[in-house]
Design a protein. Structure first.
Length: 261
């Protein structure tokens, strides 16, 4: 698997400054890659005792069989990863409170490109940073994949999110989470976070807003845009119109299925 370089955080130390309630059941934070994995993980880490957080591995299919203890019902843990839908993974998360983070595919294309073009990602795609490639070509590679090197957008969303839908999972949109983080005092934010943590069987403490702010601090995320290493290629803030059309061509109906109009 490719290697990801990210600066460490100190959330374990900050966690211990708050009174924590024992986790009642295993919770797994699953996500489509580049959909806010570290954001949702860091927020949840402020509500679960450190000793009940599974830091041994970022769980994915190739290592799943080595880390089944993360999903133990008798010894509950908070764990996270990118877990593809399969018979093995569905069996593993039986009895687990399973949340899945998704993101608007239009924005996801840019986030994926930004990450691949940074030095925080160590794989076999370093040549994409050269002057031989136009930005539009790179964006198209994020949509259609790169032969024998990177899967297509369709494949990634299908196996990491869509195939899980309709089962006992809770889907969270990255954009909804970000919007409520900006308005934590609002009634809508209270309802959102109450519902989010209720699914995990976690009661919100009185200082929940402070904990959310600490976990959501972008300085604590090694993969936040401004914390990526060596990203020198300028990408647009919004996906160009032609690439939006290509997303709709490559994965027709995906945005609507995920809740984006």
């Amino acid at each position: 698997m490719p290697r990801i370089i990210a600066k460490p955080d100190n959330l374990n130390e900050l966690n211990k400054k708050h009174v924590q309630q024992p986790l009642k059941n295993p919770v797994f934070l699953n996500s489509v890659p580049k959909c806010g994995t570290h954001l949702i993980r860091n927020i949840f880490r402020m509500f679960v005792p450190v000793e009940q957080q599974y830091h041994d591995m970022f769980i994915q299919i190739p290592v799943l069989h080595q880390h089944l203890k993360a999903f133990s019902v008798t010894n509950p843990k908070l764990s996270w990863g990118h877990l593809l839908f399969s018979d093995e993974s569905a069996y593993a998360v039986h009895g687990v409170k399973h949340l899945i983070m998704v993101r608007d595919p239009y924005d996801w294309v840019l986030a994926r490109a930004r990450f691949f073009l940074s030095d925080s990602f160590e794989g076999d795609l370093g040549h994409l940073k050269g002057p031989e490639f136009a930005v539009e070509q790179i964006l198209n590679m994020m949509i259609f994949g790169i032969y024998q090197k990177a899967p297509t957008m369709y494949e990634i969303f299908t196996h990491n999110a869509v195939a899980w839908m309709g089962t006992n999972v809770k889907t969270i949109k990255f954009e909804d989470l970000v919007q409520h983080l900006k308005n934590l005092e609002s009634k809508k934010a209270v309802i959102f976070f109450e519902d989010l943590f209720a699914f995990a069987n976690i009661n919100l403490p009185e200082d929940w807003q402070q904990r959310v702010k600490i976990g959501a601090d972008r300085k604590q995320s090694g993969t936040a845009r401004e914390n990526l290493y060596g990203n020198k290629i300028q990408l647009p803030e919004e996906l160009p119109e032609k690439q939006k059309q290509l997303v709709d061509y490559a994965a027709p109906g995906l945005r609507r299925l995920l809740g984006y109009k």
